[in-house]
Design a protein around this ligand. Structure first.
Ligand SMILES: [Zn+2]
Length: 300
C-alpha cells in the first residue's frame, strides 16, 4: 500500500479546513459510492462544499487531502462539533457495492488507522465512527459487517508493529551510512519531536541512501528519520522498484527519448503521471499516452 498526498490548496482552506487542529481521535467513514480514493479526494478538493476529510483509502492506495493539523467537515456535528474539530477522518472507498475491493480497502484503512494510533501514541479507544457524532449510519458497510471486527483489524495491524505489510521485510535489519534502501510502509520522522512524514512520504517506494543512523532509526537522503521496519535493503545494484498499472510516477528531467525513440518534449519532463501499462523496460503513461523507458521515471 502506498500513500499519495494531494493536499487541498491554501486558497481553499477557508472552505475545506478553516481551523487548525490538534487531533484527538480517528473518525471512520464509508463513502457510500464506488469512486476510487484518488477520485474521492480530487472531487473533495474541486467542489466548493463544506465537506472534507483527511484520507480516502481504496484497495490500492491511501490518498491524503488535508493535513492532520487542519480540521475537516465530515462528522455532521456542526462548526464546533468534536468530530469535525478534533477528528482525523478516514473515508473507506467502494462501500456502495462492497466485494473484494471494499474488503481490501477496509484492510488498508485498518493499517492506516493503526499507523495513526502508533504515531500519536493512542490506543484503540481513539478509533471512532461517524455515527458517534451525528447518529448517521456511517460507516454503513463496515457497521453491517461488524464494528468490533474493524477494531480487531486495527488491533491486529497495531500488534503487527510498524512492519510493512510485506512480511519479507526484515524487521531487524541494520543499515550503515551509504547503504541503499527502499522506503516501505509509512515513513516516520518523530526524532526530535518532528511531525511524521510529509517530506518522507514522497520517498515511499523509492530507493534512497542512508545518511545517518540512530537507535532503530535511519536518516534517509537528508530528509528525515525512518524506522528500520519502514526500510528494506535495496541491494548494491539499486535495481528499480517494479511498477504496475495505477502507480504514480514522475518523468525525470534527464529523460531524452521515449522507449519508441522519439524525442521527449520539454513539457513532459518533470511531469507526474499514472502508469497505464507496465513492461519490464518501459511504461505506458496514461496522461501523455506514450511509452517511457523505465529508467526515465521515478516512483512517487
Ligand atoms: Zn461518514
Amino acid at each position: 500500500m502506498i500513500i499519495i498526498q494531494n493536499l487541498v490548496p491554501g486558497s481553499k482552506y477557508s472552505i475545506k479546513c478553516p481551523h487548525s487542529m490538534t487531533p484527538q481521535f480517528v473518525v471512520i467513514h464509508n463513502t457510500a459510492n464506488d469512486a476510487s480514493a484518488e477520485a474521492e479526494i480530487s472531487y473533495m478538493i474541486r467542489n466548493d462544499n463544506e465537506v472534507s476529510f483527511h484520507y480516502a483509502v481504496d484497495d490500492r492506495e491511501v490518498v491524503q487531502g488535508i493535513p492532520e493539523n487542519r480540521n475537516g467537515w465530515h462528522a455532521g456535528d456542526g462548526g464546533n462539533g468534536r468530530g469535525n474539530r478534533y477528528g482525523i477522518a478516514i473515508e473507506i472507498c467502494y462501500s456502495k457495492s462492497g466485494g473484494p475491493r471494499f474488503d481490501q480497502a477496509e484492510k488498508n484503512a485498518a493499517e492506516l488507522t493503526a499507523d495513526i494510533l502508533r504515531r500519536y501514541g493512542w490506543g484503540i479507544e481513539k478509533v471512532t465512527k461517524h455515527q458517534d457524532y451525528s447518529g448517521k449510519y456511517c460507516p454503513h458497510r463496515t457497521l453491517d459487517l461488524g464494528w468490533q471486527r474493524y477494531l480487531d483489524m486495527v488491533s491486529a495491524a497495531l500488534g503487527a508493529g510498524s512492519a510493512a505489510p510485506d512480511t519479507s521485510a526484515p524487521s531487524t535489519a541494520v543499515y550503515k551510512v551509504g547503504d541503499m534502501v527502499i522506503v516501505t510502509g509509512y515513513p516516520c520522522a518523530t526524532a526530535a519531536g518532528e511531525k511524521p512524514g510529509a517530506r518522507l512520504a514522497a520517498y515511499r517506494g523509492k530507493i534512497t541512501r542512508v545518511h545517518g543512523s540512530g537507535t532503530h532509526r535511519y536518516h534517509v537522503d537528508a530528509k528525515g528519520w525512518c524506522r528500520a521496519a519502514d526500510l528494506q535493503p535495496a541491494g548494491s545494484t539499486a535495481a528499480p522498484v517494479a511498477l504496475k498499472a495505477g502507480d504514480r510516477v514522475r518523468v525525470k528531467q534527464t529523460a531524452t527519448t521515449y522507449a519508441t525513440g522519439q524525442t521527449i518534449p520539454a513539457w513532459v519532463k518533470g511531469r507526474t503521471d499514472t502508469v497505464l501499462q507496465a513492461k519490464e523496460d518501459r511504461l505506458l503513461l496514461r496522461d501523455i499516452y506514450s511509452w517511457v523507458k523505465r529508467a526515465d521515471v521515478e516512483r512517487l
